[in-house]
Design a protein around this ligand. Structure first.
Ligand code: SME
Length: 152
């Protein structure tokens, strides 16, 4: 997808989510809504979902796509890297990422965006996988950070 088309689509999704997300609402329902809209509208998304910190563990939250790991081994893989680095991680080729946890061998690239609470503490991540290599770029990072920001 070219960059202009991608930005336009994210802009419409952002506006739609601004209207859909109940405030204060329920955190899980709000995450489920974000996942539903993104995975339905973005055709290069293969797996879309949240992993949430629970007692120091990272467990699957609302997601759409093939069945994924329910628990991610601590400090291993892309999701934990985003949490430990406290920033978005874009991986053009997951097979080259040390410790990448392959929940589904069809995933080839990935973006993981930290999710924070109102106090700025990281409470989980939004993880999106694609079967294409290098599917995610700066446009995805900027817009997904804005979208995840709606949940803070
Ligand atoms: N790729 C993740 C694991 C979760 S799946 O992508 C759904 C990781 O290495 O953290």
């Amino acid at each position: 997808m070219d960059d202009k088309k991608k930005s336009g689509r994210y802009e419409r999704i952002f506006e739609q989510l601004e209207g859909l997300l109940q405030k204060p609402g329920n955190a899980i329902s709000r995450m489920a809504t974000v996942v539903a809209v993104l995975s339905h509208k973005m055709d290069y998304y293969f797996w879309t979902g949240f992993y949430l910190l629970d007692d120091g563990e990272l467990i699957a939250g609302p997601y759409q796509g093939p069945v994924a790991c329910q628990l991610l081994a601590k400090d291993i893989g892309v999701c934990w890297a985003a949490i430990n680095r406290k920033e978005t991680v874009v991986v053009p080729n997951v097979h080259e990422f040390p410790g990448h946890i392959a929940c589904d061998s069809r995933s080839n690239s990935e973006i993981v965006v930290p999710l924070k609470n109102r106090s700025g503490e990281i409470i989980g991540v939004l993880d999106v996988d694609s079967t294409s290599f290098s599917a995610f770029d700066e446009t995805d990072r900027v817009w997904l950070e804005k979208i995840v920001g709606l949940l803070e």
